[in-house]
Ligand binder design. Structure first.
Ligand SMILES: [Zn+2]
Ligand SMILES: [Zn+2]
Length: 243
C-alpha cells in the first residue's frame, strides 16, 4: 500500500482544485498523507505567487484542522533554471516547507539570456549534441541538489536528459528521492535498473493537477515490470522522511 501522494497541484499554481479538494480526495482514497506542491515560488504565470504564500500556508493549516485523520504537507515544486543549478525558491520560503520538489519545465523560461540559450533552448529544441546536453544537465541537477534544500527530483528525464548513474549516486549520498511520476513517467525499465544499482531511493507520486487524479500511483508499474524491490520506494508501506 502507498502511504501518501507527495506531489499534487492546486489553483495556487495551475491545478484545477483547491487545497481542500485535494485533501478530501486523498482522504477518500484512504491515504495517510498528502503533499500540496505547487509550482514556483516566483510569481511566474502558472506558479505560486510569493504574495500568496501566507494564504497557501493558512489553507494548509485549515485542511490540517478539518482532517486530522490525514497528514497534510506543504511543499513546492521548484524549477531548475540553468546549469548553475539555480532554482526559483527563495530560502525564506524553503525553510517553511515540509518538502521541496525540483524539476525542469520548458514552460518556465530562465531568468537570463545565458541560461536561455545555453540550457533552455538546447533542451527544448534538441540542439547541441546529446552528450554535451546530458553533461550540462547532469551538472545542473548536481549543483541544484548540493546548493539547495531539495527533497525529490520530479519526473527525471522529462525534456532534460541526464546521466542517471551520476544523479542516482548523488541522490543516494544526499538523501534526495527520485520520483516515479504518474503524469510524466519518462524512466524506462533499464533507466530504473541503473538508478536502483546506485542505492538511491524512489518515491511514487501522481503529479495530479486535478483532485480526481490524487492517489494515482500507476507510475510504479514500470518499476514492478523491471523486477525491482518495492521496499526501495519510500512511500510504499512507510512514510518518507524529507530532507
Ligand atoms: Zn513538474
Ligand atoms: Zn508537478
Amino acid at each position: 500500500m502507498f502511504s501518501g501522494d507527495y506531489h499534487t497541484h492546486t489553483v495556487y499554481s495551475h491545478g484545477k482544485g483547491s487545497i481542500e479538494d485535494n485533501v478530501v480526495a486523498a482522504v477518500k482514497k484512504g491515504l495517510k498523507a498528502i503533499a500540496v506542491t505547487d509550482h514556483g515560488i516566483s510569481g511566474y504565470p502558472g506558479s505560486l505567487n510569493p504574495e500568496d504564500f501566507d494564504s497557501f500556508m493558512s489553507d494548509i493549516e485549515r485542511s490540517r484542522r478539518l482532517h486530522p485523520e490525514i497528514k497534510v504537507l506543504a511543499g513546492v515544486e521548484c524549477n531548475l533554471l540553468g546549469e548553475s543549478g539555480e532554482v526559483d525558491l527563495p530560502k525564506e520560503f524553503a525553510d517553511r516547507l515540509d518538502l521541496v520538489l525540483c524539476g525542469f519545465h520548458f514552460a518556465r523560461l530562465p531568468r537570463n539570456w545565458k541560461d536561455f540559450f545555453g540550457f533552455w533552448v538546447p533542451n527544448v529544441t534538441g540542439k547541441k549534441s546529446t552528450a554535451a546536453r546530458i553533461a550540462g544537465n547532469t551538472d545542473a541537477y548536481l549543483r541544484a541538489m548540493e546548493n539547495n534544500r531539495i527533497s525529490v527530483i520530479s519526473h527525471p528525464m522529462r525534456s532534460c536528459r541526464v546521466d542517471l548513474r551520476t544523479i542516482g549516486e548523488a541522490a543516494a549520498r544526499l538523501g534526495v528521492y527520485i520520483e516515479l511520476n504518474g503524469k510524466s513517467m519518462c524512466l524506462t525499465e533499464d533507466d530504473l535498473k541503473v538508478l536502483y544499482e546506485t542505492g538511491c531511493e524512489f518515491i511514487c507520486s501522481s503529479d495530479a493537477h486535478e483532485p480526481e487524479r490524487v492517489g494515482d500511483f500507476s507510475a510504479a508499474g514500470v518499476y514492478v515490470s523491471a523486477g525491482l524491490d518495492l521496499s526501495h520506494i519510500v512511500n510504499w508501506n512507510r512514510e518518507p522522511e524529507f530532507r
